[in-house]
Design a protein around this ligand. Structure first.
Ligand code: IPM
Ligand code: MG
Length: 372
């Protein structure tokens, strides 16, 4: 127990879909560990995503950003849903809220740890010997690349189709500055030093100019870390290696879009996208969110897996508050609940007995119960 009682200011962004259901479980667990380890949290809830579009007409209201900037950490659930789906470039989209807050808070480093909970070995679609011992972390660049480059959609005579009536053209731009590559790669090498001293740098240097710059910068930084092994890997090969032999990876560093795609792929090694937490770090307030989306198809049903959200709280305790014992307690509690056979629907398979399949709230309660 800590001697003095600390209070952390946490901004809650429940967002859309299953967001409000899973964030409630994250808060439940956070409060429960706080009681046990001598700290408390003061929460401010704010709007982001589709719900913000409904109320304010924009996915990232100024008030939300102000609240987030003034807090010690931000806990986000998920944004988006069919209600706000549009291909019209002039209409607001929920994802603009997410990208906007990442950029505004300067969260360039997105950490997505992929670890195997031994109890879930049979929930994975992989053979047990392939996933055994997998413990990797994706370090995804989060504020550059295609997500933030110049883009446009316009009418262009030359782009007209054979019928002559349709002539739209569109482009997105992938652009990186040297310092953007440098800081994320450095982050990866520092992370590797605390782990197994191996960095895979993922690019498409056989085709893309941004990747060739990425590779040069990475090798220059690598010279400062002679104790860390650096392996260049092309992104297509990485997609294959991740399913063929995932245990070869320790730290995987890559640009924004490659990291987005590879992290969804890597999450399935653990059995479910519902297990993958993430931390987004910059120089100020950090943000923690599950890597999965808002799952509109199961919103409101009380069946969503809250574990990625709960494990995001674990990361918050570690990276923002330095409450490592409390963080360990959450990790152990999740391990224990799974080892006891409890599953949400997404993790269950035929071997699991029906009475051990629980909903969102029950899973949160089980984790709290396993803290002691
Ligand atoms: C993620 C998500 C987001 C992204 C979407 C919702 C904009 O897929 O966090 O991985 O692409 O970054
Ligand atoms: Mg994604």
């Amino acid at each position: 127990m800590a001697e003095t009682s600390k209070t952390y200011k946490v901004t809650l962004l429940p967002g859309d879909g299953i967001g409000p259901e899973i964030i409630a479980e994250g808060v439940k667990v956070l409060d429960a560990v706080g009681e046990r380890y001598g700290f408390s949290c003061e929460y401010t809830e704010a709007l982001l995503g589709g719900c913000a579009i409904d109320v304010c007409g924009t996915a990232l209201p100024e008030e939300t950003l102000r609240v987030a900037q003034a807090s010690d950490a931000v806990l986000l659930a998920a944004v988006g849903g069919p209600k706000w789906d549009t291909t019209d470039p002039d209409k607001p989209r929920p994802e603009q809220g997410l990208l906007g807050i990442r950029k505004a808070l300067g969260l360039y480093a997105n950490l997505r740890p992929v670890r195997i909970f031994s109890a879930l070995a049979d929930a994975s679609t992989f053979k047990p010997d392939v996933v055994e011992g997998v413990d990797l972390i994706i370090v995804r660049e989060l504020t550059g690349g295609l997500y933030f480059g110049a883009r446009e959609r316009f009418y262009d005579e030359e782009g007209a189709g054979v019928d002559g009536g349709r002539g739209q053209r569109a482009f997105d731009t992938m652009e990186y500055r040297e310092y953007e590559i440098e800081r994320i790669v450095r982050h990866a090498f520092e992370t590797a030093r605390k782990r197994r001293n191996r960095v895979h740098s993922i690019d498409k240097a056989n085709v893309l100019e941004t990747s060739r710059l990425w590779r040069e910068v990475t090798h220059r930084i690598a010279a400062e870390y002679p104790d860390v092994e650096l392996i260049d890997m092309l992104v297509d090969n990485t997609a294959m290696q991740l399913v063929a032999n995932p245990s070869q990876f320790d730290v995987v560093v890559t640009e924004n879009m490659f990291g987005d795609i590879l992290s969804d792929e890597a999450s399935m090694i653990t059995g479910s996208l519902g297990m993958l937490a993430s931390a987004s770090l910059g120089d100020g307030t950090a943000l923690y969110e599950p890597s999965h989306g808002s799952a509109p198809d199961i919103a409101g049903l009380g069946v969503a897996n809250p574990l990625a959200q709960i494990l995001s709280v674990e990361m918050m305790l570690r990276y923002s508050f330095g409450e490592n014992e409390a963080a360990d307690a959450i990790a152990n509690a999740v391990e224990r609940v799974l080892a006891d056979g409890w599953r949400t629907r997404d993790l269950a398979n035929d071997a699991d007995s029906a009475e051990k399949i629980v909903g969102t709230q029950a899973m949160g309660d089980l984790v709290v119960g396993a803290l002691d």
